[in-house]
Design a protein around this ligand. Structure first.
Ligand code: NAI
Length: 667
């Protein structure tokens, strides 16, 4: 797009309106930058200029398709500087999401006026870089360092009210933005000094250290947030020195593997949301949801649906179970008010849209039924057989099973084209991933509806074919198996967990198992006994723990020990002794495994299993695998997912790591 296309200048009396129009989000692409430079010259005859944007939002960021190429002039920092230096002062008229380069443009203006629902942020770290057009230098001069750190390094978005309270907005408008800006322009206050010329903000050295430590903890190995703090600290320098340093770091970071990986995830999230099988179907809208079973998962799914404004009936096996399920749901909803995530009014509306009951007839009239009862195929099948008589013939029937074959669950149910798997992750009201499991008979419309429903719940849907554990849990099985091989060969649970946390995983494999309970993986191993290839290595340490009743946090001990009322895993001598005895009995000379070796071996195993899953057509693409692990299993987003991370590590390293895993002594 040329500058002339994406920026226009119109005059209303002595007010010049400079309007950016670069759909969908008015990104600061080269055309916009060129257009703005021309516009600054074109407003010379006006008394005041307004910088505004057409469509749903003001500028919501940069154009990421430009990130891989050398920057093309005019550069954004020069555009912002030209606005700040313009003899005709600018008013920023802000609406929608004012993010990244959009916020930097607004900081070049003399005044900022925003519509009430506008959001403000500098989210560059979410794509692995930092602001590059003065954001880290002007923002702390305007609102102080502490809040600037939250916005820049932690990606916090502020509401218009919050941004105004921080001193960054001149006016927040409830109605007509254009009218309010025109009225403001009519009685223009004296032009304030440039933000870039303000003195450096004060912030004590100890506070910088504390901020850095807090950011490092949250970043879990990601680089950009820490670099954002470093750039913010340059606001102690004169602007003319700090800003070029910020710009250079921005350009350097956007070429980093971290930035490439994060952009890969950003684009994957958009592509995977509409796989070919889904594009072929027409989604139906879902208003009333029936959840079958209100245990851990059912209650979470009900909460997620209610939070998205849907009406939910939860069916339990008896009145007591229904009451318990209802209190689980209501407690979680109300907890949201206490944590400031939602309002009491919203929760009252959600409670009014919610019923928990043991009455089967209450199932009538729902658009979608999601089953989350015990993991028992006969129970699930019987339940669907009964309910299919009460529900309409068009209602979509979904199972949340983790490991059972959905084809067996829906066997004999009328209307197989409306049956589908909707596999949520615990806690279901928080975890973003839903695997949409397509059965051979599932129609395109049903799939499209399932994807649409996941979107309504603000979740990331990934299509999966049918296999043991679908995409995510099948990979988890391979990952755990390899982690247990390492225990037999020389590592301890705390070594593996620490290495994987250092890699950026939310938790290590053994502490996660203690959290969810060792009996789940044990049940899977028993199910797989019949089909496990005879030559496959099998390490029995986990079985031994289960036999000792060490089932994880709930039993006070598992891979670790836990003090009463404390969820902190503590290494346990008994487990060390058991592992040592296992290696001795198997004739394995234990050798320490370095954190780097642990990391690359587990990454290689994940990527290898992922590649098989794609090859078998269970997943649509490597990107789909990446999203499953990021959104369902705490894989670090900044590494781009296991497929992307393995690619970055290189074929040779990954092959070598796989050889090491497989060559380890048989246990
Ligand atoms: P849970 O044991 O916490 O809850 C099951 C609930 O189903 C109980 O409240 C029970 O009263 C109810 N129920 C049993 N029979 C019923 C019937 N005939 N009618 C109505 N309600 C009935 O189990 P959880 O963990 O919630 O798992 C449920 C399903 O979700 C299973 O298929 C499991 O594999 C799957 N799943 C579990 C995950 C997890 O992390 N726990 C993750 C993803 C899926």
């Amino acid at each position: 797009m040329t500058g002339a296309d994406s920026v226009s200048v119109t005059f209303a009396g002595d007010i010049a309106w400079v309007t950016i129009d670069n759909p969908p989000v008015n990104a600061t692409a080269v055309g916009v930058r060129t257009g703005l430079m021309a516009a600054i010259g074109a407003v010379a005859s006006a008394r005041v200029a307004v910088l505004a944007a057409a469509g749903k939002t003001f500028v919501a960021g940069g154009d990421m398709t430009e990130f891989d190429a050398p920057p093309v002039p005019p550069h954004l920092p020069d555009v912002v500087q030209a606005i700040e230096d313009s003899p005709v002062p600018f008013i920023a008229a802000l609406h929608g999401t004012v993010l990244g380069g959009g916020l930097e443009l607004a900081l070049g203006c003399a005044w900022r006026i925003a519509a009430r629902r506008t959001l403000f942020g500098l989210p560059e770290v979410s794509v692995g870089t930092i602001p590059g057009a003065g954001g880290t230098q002007r923002l702390p001069r305007l609102i102080g360092v502490a809040l600037a750190i939250e916005m820049t390094a932690a990606g916090k978005r502020l509401t218009a009210a919050e941004f105004q309270a921080a001193g960054a907005l001149d006016k927040v408008v409830d109605g007509d933005l254009r009218g309010a800006v025109t009225a403001f322009a009519a009685e223009l206050p004296p032009r304030p000094g440039k933000i870039s010329a303000r003195p450096s903000p004060r912030f004590a050295t100890a506070d910088w250290r504390a901020a850095e430590a807090a950011v490092a903890k949250k970043a879990r190995g990601q680089n950009a947030p820490l670099r954002a703090v470093e750039a913010l600290a340059w606001s102690a320098l004169p602007f003319a020195e700090g800003q070029p340093k910020e710009r250079a770091l921005h350009l350097q970071l956007r070429q980093s593997e971290e930035s490439r990986a994060l952009r890969h995830v950003f684009f994957a999230e958009r592509a995977v949301a509409r796989p070919p099988a889904v594009r072929a179907g027409a989604p139906r809208s879902i208003g009333r949801v029936l959840v079958l079973g209100g245990g851990l998962m059912g209650a979470g799914i009900a909460t997620a649906a209610l939070s998205a404004g849907l009406s939910v009936t939860l069916l339990e096996r008896d009145a007591t179970a229904a009451k318990d399920a209802a209190s689980r749901v209501i407690d979680t909803l109300e907890g949201g008010v206490r944590r400031g995530k939602t309002t009491a009014d919203a929760v009252e509306r959600q409670k009014a849209a919610f019923t928990a009951t043991p009455e089967r007839d209450a199932a009538a009239g729902h658009d979608l039924a999601i089953e989350a009862v015990f993991e028992d195929v006969a129970l699930k099948r019987a339940l669907f057989a009964q309910l299919s008589k009460v529900l309409s013939a068009e209602a979509i029937l979904a199972t949340n099973t983790s490991y059972l074959d959905p084809t067996a669950i829906f066997d004999g149910i009328p209307g197989p084209e409306r049956c589908v798997g909707l596999h949520f992750f615990s806690p279901a009201h928080i975890m973003k991933l839903v695997e949409v499991v397509a059965l051979p008979a599932t129609s395109a419309d049903t799939l499209a509806t399932a994807f649409g429903f996941a979107k309504t719940l603000r979740k990331i849907a990934v299509r999966s074919g049918i296999c043991e554990g679908f995409i995510g849990n099948r990979m988890l099985t391979a990952y755990r198996r390899a982690a247990e091989y390492m225990l037999a060969d020389g590592a301890l649970p705390e070594d593996v967990d620490a290495a994987m946390r250092a890699f950026g995983m939310a938790m290590g494999p053994f502490e996660v198992q203690d959290l969810s309970g060792l009996q789940i993986a044990e049940a899977n191993r028993r199910r797989q006994d019949a089909t496990r290839p005879a030559q496959e290595r099998y390490v029995t340490i986990a079985d031994q723990l289960c036999a000792l009743g060490r089932l994880g946090q709930r039993s006070g001990k598992g891979w670790y020990r836990y003090d009463a009322g404390d969820r902190t895993p503590k290494p346990d001598h008994a487990v060390t002794a058991l592992i040592q005895a296992y290696s001795d009995a198997a004739g394995i000379a234990r050798k320490p495994i370095s954190p780097q070796d642990i990391q690359i071996r587990l990454l290689a195993v994940l990527a290898n299993e992922g590649a098989r899953i794609v090859e078998e057509g269970i997943a649509d693409s490597d990107a789909a695998i990446d999203l499953v692990k990021i959104h369902g299993y705490g894989f670090p987003r900044w590494r781009g997912g296991p497929m992307r991370a393995a690619e970055a590590a290189g074929d040779t390293a990954i092959r070598h790591a796989l050889d090491m895993t497989e060559a380890a002594s048989p246990g």
